[in-house]
Each structure stands twice: as structure tokens, then as C-alpha cells.
Design a protein around this ligand. Structure first.
Ligand code: 1AG
Length: 134
């Protein structure tokens, strides 16, 4: 069993978030605001069901899914697109493929006691790291 992702996490680094947002087609004004944010992740799990909340002072985004079960995702308040998403475990990584207009997805895993998130869209990769909030 991989180490649990559950808990409350706050962002400590965010590399190439701008490149990721540009690839998603987010406008300059929104990007400027979004770049200043420190995201917080609240991850809850019951069995194979996950709820991942991304919280900030500007916008919040909640994703609920079951591992290995395709679901419809609407990236409300982000790029506002519909995707068919599927989350699976690949070794110790929780990996999501988001099928839709863009080639995109993300992966979460624990490394150095920190929550890692790699977000990709087209040729852009954003790497975010979160530390546990005690
Ligand atoms: C995600 O994480 C993305 C969560 O799915 C938010 C991260 C990036 C935002 C995506 C696109 C940017 C679009 C608009 C910018 C506007 C606001 C930024 C606000 C950020 C806080 C919500 C993967 C996983 C589960 O953790 O969703």
C-alpha cells in the first residue's frame, strides 16, 4: 500500500504554473492573480473514493472520484472544460488522465514527506510541492 495522501497540505513551491496555464489557454489577467496564490490541498479518502479540494483565496476546486472508475470532470472555475477522467494507481503515484480537447493530466505522490503534484498540459509540465499542515 502506498503512503496515504490524506490530510491537509499547503503549497511550498510551484514551478512552471504559468506555462501550464498558458497551455490551458488562461488569459493574462487571471494568470497574474493565480500565480500569486498559495494553494492548499485537503485530501480525504474512504476506501477507493477520494475527495481532493484545492483551496485558495481566489477560487476553490473540488474533485471527487473513485480509483479505476472513469468519470466526467468539469474544471469549473479553472479552464471550464469537460473531460473524461480516469484515476489509477501507478506504483506509488495516483495518476489522472483527463481526456478532452487538451492532452492533459496530473499525478500525486509522496516524496520526502511532502505531497507532490505534477500537472501537465500539452508540452507544459508544472510541478507543485506541498508540506503537511499540522
Ligand atoms: C488539479 O489538481 C488542479 C487544481 O486538478 C488547481 C491547479 C491548477 C489550476 C488549473 C488551471 C488554471 C486555471 C485558472 C486559474 C484560476 C485559478 C487558480 C486557482 C487555483 C486554486 C483552485 C489536481 C488534483 C485534483 O489535485 O484536482
Amino acid at each position: 500500500m502506498p503512503v496515504s495522501l490524506c490530510g491537509t497540505w499547503e503549497m511550498v513551491s510551484n514551478v512552471n504554473f504559468d506555462g501550464y496555464m498558458i497551455a490551458l489557454g488562461i488569459g493574462l489577467y487571471t494568470r497574474k492573480i493565480a500565480l500569486k496564490l498559495k494553494h492548499r490541498k485537503v485530501i480525504e479518502q474512504v476506501g477507493d473514493q477520494y475527495v481532493v479540494k484545492t483551496l485558495s483565496t481566489f477560487r476553490n476546486y473540488t474533485l471527487a472520484f473513485r480509483v479505476n472508475e472513469e468519470f466526467q470532470e468539469f474544471t469549473k472555475g479553472l479552464d471550464d472544460r469537460h473531460c473524461k477522467s480516469l484515476v489509477t494507481w501507478e506504483g506509488n503515484k495516483l495518476v489522472c488522465v483527463q481526456i478532452g480537447e487538451k492532452k492533459r493530466g496530473w499525478a500525486h505522490w509522496i516524496e520526502d514527506d511532502k505531497l507532490q503534484l505534477e500537472l501537465h498540459c500539452e508540452d507544459q509540465v508544472c510541478r507543485q510541492v506541498f508540506k503537511r499542515v499540522v
